[in-house]
Ligand binder design. Structure first.
Ligand code: ATP
Length: 246
């Protein structure tokens, strides 16, 4: 692992049968950074996050996290290391209350009898997401899209993420709500020092909160740089900034 990096992805490849979704991806994330993954639909962004979090086994390359090779490790073991994935499409449990959704996010703490930590984390989550405290007894499925997204992130926070992988957290949200959700991501870093690797279809908004970004195309990294450089890059502007909401 390079000195100072929280995670290094090294020459990672993934195939779905004959389809090569990732083809030798290398990237790194330092502690405390917010890093954006940009790219068109089908570029391989979701596959990358799913592979990091142990849901998909790579065909080549490796992933080092906090100095340990976690390539091919079970997803449950990876989340125990505080590498936490909040997938696309929210996936809150619609027939469970907000508070029960949050308890479920702390599920892997059950063995460690860290019940005190769970209550402390619920308190921390409520401070960061006051709307969830107000609605703690409401069923997840009856919340608005933005509130469900906040619940999905809050559930991830219950696993005490050191590195949070966020897949399209603003998908389907109205622009103002989307802005709130992205601001929350920044608050998470400010409050807890959480490092974030973020897929976001709104390239401008994501680069505004991110420190750096990588552009993925057809399973390969085609560009990387700090957010300002990417925002001003003519290729990025042409490919992704023509049709985004600011
Ligand atoms: P999107 O923004 O649409 O989610 P993405 O950049 O996240 O796109 P992926 O979903 O990772 O891209 O898809 C990368 C490639 O792998 C695409 O060609 C896609 O069709 C293919 N793919 C993704 N999931 C599967 C699967 N379960 N089986 C077969 N092919 C898949």
């Amino acid at each position: 692992m390079s000195k100072g990096n929280l995670m290094d992805v090294i020459d990672l490849s993934v195939s779905y049968g004959p389809i090569q979704a990732l083809n030798g991806i290398s990237l790194s994330v330092s502690k405390g950074e917010i890093v954006a993954l940009l790219g068109a639909n089908g570029a391989g962004k979701t596959t990358l996050l799913q592979t990091i979090s142990g849901l998909i086994k790579p065909t080549g390359g490796r992933i080092e996290y906090q100095g340990t090779d976690i390539t091919g490790m079970e997803a449950e073991k990876i989340v125990e290391r505080h590498l936490v994935h909040v997938p696309e499409h929210r996936q809150v449990f619609s027939t469970m209350t907000v508070i029960d959704n949050l308890y479920l996010g702390a599920y892997h703490h059950r063995k460690k009898t860290k019940l005190k930590n769970i209550d402390r984390n619920i308190e921390r989550v409520f401070e960061l997401f006051p709307i969830l405290r107000d609605r703690k007894d409401q069923l997840g499925g009856t919340m608005s899209g933005g509130q469900q997204q906040m619940l999905a992130i809050a559930r991830g926070v219950m696993s005490e993420p050191e590195l949070l992988l966020l897949d399209e957290p603003t998908l389907g949200l109205a622009p103002l709500i989307a802005k709130d959700v992205l601001e929350l991501v920044r608050d998470l870093r400010a409050e807890f020092g959480t490092t974030v690797l973020l897929i976001e279809q709104n390239v401008t908004a994501s680069l505004k909160i991110a420190d750096r970004g990588y552009v993925i195309s057809h399973g390969e990294i085609v560009k990387s740089g700090n957010s300002n450089a990417l925002l001003n890059d003519p290729d990025v502007k042409e490919a992704y900034l023509g049709h985004t909401v600011n």
